[in-house]
Design a protein around this ligand. Sequence first.
Ligand code: ADP
Ligand code: MG
Length: 394
Amino acid sequence: MTRKRSLRDLPPEALDGKRALVRVDFNVPLQDGRVTDDTRIRAAAPTIQYLREKGARVVLLSHLGRPAGGPDPKLSLRQVVRDVERVLATTVEFIPDPVAGVAATKRLPRGGVALLENTRFWPGEEQNDPALAQTFAALGDFYVDDAFGSAHRAHASTEGLAHTLKPAVAGFLMERELRFLGEALERPRRPFVAVLGGAKISGKIDVIEALLPKVDEILVGGAMANTFFLALGFGVGGSLVERDKVDLAKGLLARAGKKLILPRGAVVAPSLERVAERRQVLSDKVPLDCAVFDIDETTRLDYRARLLRAKTVVWNGPMGVFEHPPFDAGTRAVALAMVEATRRGATTVVGGGDSAAAVAGLTSKLTHVSTGGGASLEFLEGKPLPGVAALEDA
Ligand code: ADP
Ligand code: MG
């Protein structure tokens, strides 16, 4: 992928006094109108603060949740203003309407910040309506896209705006995501090991297909492994499995050869609740009345050894039902092995919503944890992200 023009590439006179229209990802979790996790707001702060320091007037755009075809007070970005003010340590003007709001953006002082209402309150957003992109474009003098997590959708405030308002450049978070995910896939230092897990093989087939020719090994875990076991003729008891994907799994096994590494054993239990009855079994000995909820100790040690040999690691998908301890132990072990690999000089990248949640607290000890969720998966699949493609090349 060609490098995208970055905010860093714009000269000071392109910023000073100008209105920067910044697409951020403030799609934060809310409970009773309060932000329960401000990670995404903090992730956008470096770009916003840089612009403010350079004298720009900052107008922020974001979507929030999935409003069904119109304004919904429960999904108003007004609820997020206070947290943005706290994170940026400045006041933030709320703009309820993009047409009426143009005047407010022109009145902003240098270094001032405004936040537009949820972009999805206007139906043209998800239809990538050029007229809505024009309306948004009137709120700024140039465009900065810092919403990697929204880059896999061609919407008016992402792809549409990047075509409409120039210069259209990548913010620092976007730049970081593209750099680490891109370098891992395009110029990996070897051995290059991928760890893939999670609930379903079906959502990850394209990831496996895209990674197979690039990696030296794929370490499989999570419920995804069960479908491979079925393909090998093992029983999987009551485990989460996709029976209709068995042929596909057979094909992948045949093509992958020695690259695809499956768990040697599993932690099984009759149910998630009956934790006391959990035990470790070999992968081909899963009892009929049990389900696989995690990788076993032997597999953890095996994967750890492989990760410590790697120079590049990409991880997507938990190794077990990590939301229910003690079935988080396998995921935890892989996370700690990645931390150690990082300390020994490996480049370690985590993508995927649940995977990012599983390594929360370890972020600073890994090379990069993508904020992207679905976007990072599509990136791993090798798909071009429309929101990125529309930005100017460096
Ligand atoms: P990501 O969001 O990182 O892409 P996924 O959404 O694919 O990851 O997978 C996460 C989900 O997979 C978690 O909710 C986890 O509980 C589930 N999971 C992992 N292993 C198992 C298993 N053995 N049985 C059932 N669910 C599993
Ligand atoms: Mg998920």
